[in-house]
Design a binder for this molecule. Structure first.
Ligand SMILES: [Mg+2]
Length: 235
């Protein structure tokens, strides 16, 4: 088998975040930019943090890039609130099958893992750290690298090739995620898409994007493993 690079989304793919990210972003924009809470009702699923902030600005009738100059301050508050939310929330948990799947993939000599998320890197690491998952993902591409999710596979690949000292052609890269944006991002790069129906996106909406695989969740570990190991170039 040729090497595979498996890139996981975080929110509602690995982790049920119980609205913690939304509350943390909400707190930060209210505190730093004086935004009215109505503006925070934008859909966040599958979007990058910079994209979410731009959309909040637009919803509040402000220029989309209005948050840029206060970004550092915004993200500092966001991360502080996020950490508190995550530690306090009883409902913050891993999705079913995640621990077993990661343990299986980690053991496999031809499988290499990474993160592909709209979260800024520090936020992603806080979320993964809550469950001790950071060690599975030495590399990743994040919302702090680009506001456009479709830029992220190339960034993840570059980092993975440097770190693992392996080549990962697009056909040997799998993107696992719960939203249509994860599917689109995989397809835009020519990577393989594994959609999981554990987020707010309906099964029908996921199906319409024609992911290579669609699972109700990651809980059927043998089936997900088979999809990852058997698909793509060199099968
Ligand atoms: Mg997600």
């Amino acid at each position: 088998m040729q090497s595979k690079l498996v890139l996981f989304d975080i929110d509602e793919t690995l982790i049920h975040s119980d609205g913690s990210g939304r509350r943390a972003i909400g707190r930060a924009v209210v505190d730093v930019l004086g935004v009215k809470p109505e503006g925070i009702k934008v859909s966040m699923s599958g979007k990058t943090d910079p994209q979410i902030l731009s959309e909040i600005m637009t919803a509040c009738g402000q220029p989309a890039d209005h948050f840029h100059e206060r970004q550092e301050e915004l993200f500092n508050i966001y991360l502080k609130v996020l950490e508190r939310e995550i530690n306090q929330s009883q409902a913050y948990r891993l999705h079913e099958g995640v621990l077993e799947l990661l343990a299986e993939l980690d053991k496999h000599p031809d499988v290499y893992l990474g993160i592909l998320t709209g979260n800024i890197e520090r936020g992603a690491r806080i979320k993964l750290g809550r469950f001790g998952l950071n060690h599975y993902f030495p590399i990743g591409a994040y919302g702090s690298d680009s506001g456009n999710r479709n830029d992220l596979p190339a960034i993840a690949r570059q980092r993975a090739e440097l770190h693992y000292k392996k080549e990962f052609p697009a056909k040997q890269i799998l993107v696992v995620g719960d939203s249509v944006h994860d599917v689109t991002c995989a397809k835009s790069y020519g990577a393989i898409s594994i959609a999981v129906n554990t987020g707010v996106t309906s099964r029908k909406d996921l199906e319409e994007r024609e992911p290579d695989f669609l699972f109700p969740s990651l809980s059927n570990v043998p089936a997900v493993l088979e999809a990852i190991l058997e698909t793509g170039a060199g099968r």
